[in-house]
Design a protein around this ligand. Structure first.
Ligand code: 5GP
Length: 189
């Protein structure tokens, strides 16, 4: 009998609470893609995906967009193992000056939570003199914000739940789920 490799990460996992279906996500991604196309009609942006969590969102977003956006990545880390924020954000690497100087840049995030990670990305990228710098995030949880950051393009605003799926993980699990799920857990902050 064939073993089901995804059995522990399937939506049948009793700890997973369905929040958004693949169809709902697809609709929001298409809507954001349309807005970006409209806003950047005369000057296509450089989309800078924040790894790792944004990789699926970015892939779907760029395929829904009509404008010829360029893709870069930035690697940050703000979370230790589990669901607790370390409070320290490290920029491991990102695009060079030549990739974004004088270009309109959009940072693409999976989720803006405290905002510390995205703020660190913005500070890092700003030093490379982009023509403009905006934030696009699939998920926004403003109740936990510890910075003044406001995202320019938002898929879903919500509160509560630690979420997984559609690129978002818990200790590297659940990224491959097609929907987004809340995960029962003990968050301490
Ligand atoms: P922030 O710096 O805004 O607190 O956190 C940003 C990063 O923390 C996200 O890019 C993501 O990697 C992680 N994160 C924050 N909240 C969640 C969540 O509910 N689920 C998952 N999987 N990651 C989260």
């Amino acid at each position: 009998m064939q073993t089901n490799r995804r059995s522990t990460t399937s939506p049948a996992d009793p700890r997973l609470i369905p929040l958004w279906t693949p169809e709902q996500i697809s609709d929001r991604v298409a809507s954001i893609a349309g807005k970006i196309d409209h806003d950047y009609a005369s000057n296509p942006p450089v989309l800078v995906g924040a790894l790792k969590g944004s990789f699926i969102f970015l892939a779907d977003l760029v395929r829904q967009m009509k404008s010829p956006a360029e893709i870069e990545f930035i690697r940050l880390s703000s979370y230790n193992a589990g669901t607790e924020s370390s409070g320290h954000v490290r920029v491991a690497w990102g695009p060079g000056v030549e990739e974004i100087k004088d270009r309109p840049v959009i940072v693409v995030e999976d989720i803006v939570d405290t905002g510390l990670t995205t703020s660190a990305a913005l500070s890092h990228l700003r030093r490379k003199r982009p023509a403009s710098l905006r934030v696009c995030t699939l998920l926004d949880r403003p109740e936990r914000r510890r910075t003044k950051l406001t995202a320019d393009y938002v898929g879903f605003t919500f509160s509560g739940h630690f979420v997984v799926g559609y690129g978002l993980d818990l200790d590297q699990r659940y990224r491959g789920l097609q929907g987004i799920y809340g995960l029962e857990h003990d968050r301490k902050n």
